[in-house]
Design a protein around this ligand. Structure first.
Ligand SMILES: C[S@@+](CC[C@H](N)C(=O)[O-])C[C@H]1O[C@@H](n2cnc3c(N)ncnc32)[C@H](O)[C@@H]1O
Length: 242
């Protein structure tokens, strides 16, 4: 589990299920001075605690909730929160410098409809997010783990998909994007193989297997890298019902 007391500085992230396969490498990363200051000053405002159960913004859900897994530098999450101020955004990220970076920007821009977990998304979804509570769950450019021996570390797998799907409200959306064709095809296969919820690819490109990029998704940092290297982008917008 994660303990993160900003008063004591950034703490170590560990898993609640030690030994299980991780979708990320546990790199500690170096915090810039601004990131460290943002963690010290703003975690109490925006941070959510894995050990504290369901976040209040979900209890008091009088507005739609968007949950983003692995937000990276967080600038696309920030932009979405500003574009859709009527919604509450929950971001989950394991890499502490990314949390510090986004905290700094949230405070600088006075954005108040974003809350963050520093934790493994599978732990957050298992321990903190009630079933059927999320309107849109988004996973943009998850680590592709291209080597054959690492494929089992991909975040979207047959066993993990139900964890994501079970959080989504009936009529809600799961939105994934990647610039790796093989991963995009695997995502489609994993969705087709699931038996827990009814899923349908929507916003479909004419004549294509994937979705058009919906207006709500700004370009992300990893997307820009992919485009610069001439990779195609694949969006999968999945409507989830019972
Ligand atoms: C390839 S980056 C993409 C970042 C961002 N979505 C973008 O498109 O620029 C994947 C991110 O997911 C985070 N991540 C990987 N596995 C995670 C997990 N199980 N829970 C939360 N974050 C995770 C990594 O730390 C990393 O920042």
């Amino acid at each position: 589990m994660v303990s993160h007391d900003p008063l004591q500085g950034p703490q170590k992230l560990t898993q609640s299920q030690p030994g299980s396969i991780r979708s990320y490498s546990l790199r500690r990363g170096r915090l810039t001075r601004a990131q460290k200051r943002a963690l010290d000053r703003h975690w109490t405002t925006y941070g959510l605690d894995l050990n504290a159960g369901v976040p209040a913004c979900i209890y008091q859900a009088d507005r739609p909730i968007v949950l983003e897994v692995g937000f990276g530098n967080g600038l696309s999450l920030l932009q979405q929160a500003q574009n859709e101020p009527e919604k509450c955004f929950i971001g989950i990220e394991v890499y502490l410098p990314n949390i510090g970076h986004l905290l700094h920007r949230l405070d600088a821009e006075g954005t108040t409809n974003v809350f963050l977990y520093h934790a493994d998304a599978l732990d957050v979804l298992t321990h903190c997010v009630p079933p059927l509570s999320i309107d849109r769950l988004q996973i943009y450019f998850p680590d592709p783990w291209p080597k054959k021996k690492h494929l089992k570390r991909r975040l979207i797998q047959v066993p993990t998909l139900p964890v994501f799907l079970s959080a989504i409200k009936p009529g809600g959306l799961l939105h994934m994007a990647t610039d790796v064709l093989d991963y995009a095809q695997k995502m489609l296969e994993v969705v087709a193989a699931n038996v827990c919820r009814r899923c349908e690819l929507v916003n479909r490109q004419s004549g294509g297997d994937f979705s058009s990029r919906p207006a709500w998704r700004p370009e992300t940092r990893f997307e820009l890298t992919g485009r610069a290297e001439n990779r195609q982008i694949y969006d999968l917008v999945i409507a989830v019902s019972n």
